[in-house]
Design a protein around this ligand. Structure first.
Ligand code: NAD
Length: 487
């Protein structure tokens, strides 16, 4: 894939995918009524009224694939990839309609990325140790049934990506999807089951519930059949999963800073940052959230951003907007209030957000930018919308100091545009993030225009990093004493 996609290239890819969709077009699909149990009158497969039944179905699915050959399992994965490619635009459209967040063209690309670059069974590699005392094998075995919590920001992408990895590892899966994205998440669960069944798998291998709640999640955590929990979401849910007493993989929040120094290709940096920041309206957790620019190149960088669809807010407009996109919320348990993002602004188009303060901008505006001080709420909060604050810094020491602070110790993702290898190395070491992207849009970090596999579950807190099939396995050792060496 090319490192940067122009709007025209994205449109061409989406058109190509749409042309392979057969009779159902996105327009037709959008006219249908949706719920979490059916699509066009067809009952979705693997969706249950209660979590207990969903877990039982996933456990049966696990039993069915436990004895399957790896070759057969890979056939299921291939079928999931094919169906995901085919139905990517449907899920993209439904995701945008249901959640009100993101962009159909970019969501289509995200699904295709998942289909193409999520590792399958090749990711499961056994280890052998031989010596004077014989042979020891370490094999990567399934856990059994995995319980997976998925977000609203990349809902069906996460369901399919996790399904591919978890099934490749030999597991069954039960999902407790985000309630705000339940129809599209359950559509993805159904898609995985349809693909697997058509390729010779069980009728249900992955399962979900009609109405996910915190209670169904809690039931899942405590159920003895669930051997591994995988959670993709904000700090609250990651904390809940890590407190479950079970083996858990936590993929939590980020607030990725970008540093641009005086050696960067400024025109490219401006374009890359806007491309990354506006991808799916900033919903990916890896997307650029705040910029620290050397003062001497900041004007040139802002001009490059404007050339690529950014609209410069005045300080007064930025402050007014901050009062709209960030709101005070009371914790019902403690009664304490805290500042949180306004969900009505998350993942919305820049023009829609601008309109909230009575500002009319053209539909060609992709991002609202502003100059800001380090303490500005746009710098401090993970907004997940196409608003990008730019903080001027004097030198690399100040840039690294502030960028590390703005990342808040999430150790999630950071970016830098520079040709100075000392600067690049110093920031990478200081920020300690799971992903560090140099001289490219943020999405290069998940394999979109960058080398390496993709995932939508980036497990910083628990250390698996960019998860893949091997993350969902447990190691088992088998020892043959004194034999089976050939030397
Ligand atoms: P969210 O945290 O609002 O919800 C995630 C899921 O957790 C939902 O299903 C929700 O109902 C459930 N949930 C929330 N609190 C819970 C609790 N205490 N117990 C049980 N379940 C609970 O997530 P969102 O707003 O859809 O996603 C955005 C957040 O997720 C951002 O912070 C983003 O950075 C993060 N995220 C991280 C990754 C990653 O790979 N690290 C990927 C996507 C999103």
């Amino acid at each position: 894939m090319a490192a940067n996609f122009s709007e025209a290239q994205i449109a061409a890819i989406v058109k190509e995918v749409l042309s392979g969709m057969g009779s159902t077009t996105v327009k037709e699909a959008s006219a249908k009524r949706w719920d979490s149990t059916q699509y066009e009158g067809r009952a979705l497969i693997g969706i249950y009224d209660d979590m207990n039944a969903a877990i039982a179905a996933a456990a049966d699915g696990y039993k069915a694939i436990r004895d399957m050959t790896v070759e057969k399992r890979e056939k299921l994965i291939t079928a999931i990839r094919e169906l995901t490619r085919k139905e990517a635009p449907i899920m993209a459209q439904l995701g945008v309609e249901e959640t009100g967040m993101g962009r159909v063209d970019h969501k289509t690309l995200k699904h295709i990325l998942v289909a193409d670059k999520t590792p399958g069974t090749e990711d499961i590699v056994s280890e052998a140790k031989t010596g004077d005392n014989g042979l020891t094998l370490v094999e990567m075995a399934p856990f059994g049934v995995v319980g997976s919590i998925t977000p609203s920001t990349n809902p069906s992408e996460t369901v399919i990506c996790n399904s591919i990895g978890m099934i490749a590892a030999g597991n069954g899966v039960v999902f407790n999807p985000h309630p705000g994205a339940i129809a599209v998440s359950n559509y993805a669960v159904d898609l995985v089951n349809r693909a697997c069944a058509a390729a010779g798998g069980p009728r249900v291998l992955v399962a979900s519930v009609v109405k996910p709640t915190l209670e169904t999640a809690d039931f899942m955590y405590k159920h003895p059949a669930i051997r591994l929990l995988v959670c993709t979401g904000g700090p609250g849910v990651v904390k809940a999963v890590l407190s479950s007493g079970k083996k858990a993989i936590g993929a939590g929040a980020g607030n990725p800073p970008v540093i641009v120094d005086n050696t960067a290709d400024i025109a490219k940096a401006g374009k890359d940052i806007i491309d990354g920041c506006t991808f799916d309206n900033n919903l990916p957790c890896i997307a650029e959230k705040e910029v620290f620019a050397f003062d001497c190149i900041a004007d040139e960088l802002i001009a490059a951003m404007k050339k690529n669809g950014a609209y410069m807010l005045t300080a007064a407009q930025a402050n007014e907007l901050a009062k709209v996109v960030l709101v005070e919320k009371e914790n019902p348990k403690t009664g304490k209030t805290s500042v949180t993002v306004n969900r009505k602004c998350v993942g919305r188009d820049a023009a829609v957000i601008a309109k909230m303060i009575g500002l009319q901008v053209g539909a060609d505006v992709r991002c609202l930018i502003c100059e800001a001080g380090f303490e500005h709420p746009f710098v401090q909060h993970e907004l997940m919308m196409p608003i990008l604050p730019i903080v001027r810094v004097a030198n690399i020491d100040e840039a690294i100091d502030l960028a590390v602070k703005a990342e808040h110790g999430n150790r999630h993702t950071a970016h830098m545009h520079s040709k100075n290898i000392d600067h690049l190395s110093r920031f990478a070491k200081a920020v300690e993030t799971t992903i560090f992207v140099k001289n490219a849009p943020s999405y290069a970090g998940i394999g979109f225009g960058g080398e390496g596999h993709t995932t939508f579950t980036i497990a910083g807190p628990t250390g698996e990093g960019l998860t893949s099939a091997r993350s969902f396995t447990r190691k088992r050792r088998c020892v043959m004493a004194d034999s089976f060496r050939i030397i």
